[in-house]
Design a protein around this ligand. Structure first.
Ligand SMILES: [Zn+2]
Length: 62
């Protein structure tokens, strides 16, 4: 059975998660809490396992 961790995120949520983590230095768990998404979903988005096509210049630059 396959678990669907990959809950739907909006582009805004993905960008916000990365901003919180990479720019503001929140850990992934706190970033997930702030944005209000499941931790694993946030992890995946933050580490670019998913949403690879979303590029945030501020994130990429760091
Ligand atoms: Zn934290």
């Amino acid at each position: 059975m396959r678990r669907h961790w990959n809950a739907k995120l909006t582009v805004e949520q993905v960008v916000e998660l990365r901003r919180l983590h990479y720019d503001l230095g929140l850990c992934k768990r706190c970033a997930a809490k702030v944005v209000g998404v499941p931790r694993q979903t946030a992890y995946d988005a933050i580490v670019f396992q998913t949403w690879r096509h979303v590029e945030d210049s501020a994130t990429v630059a760091s």
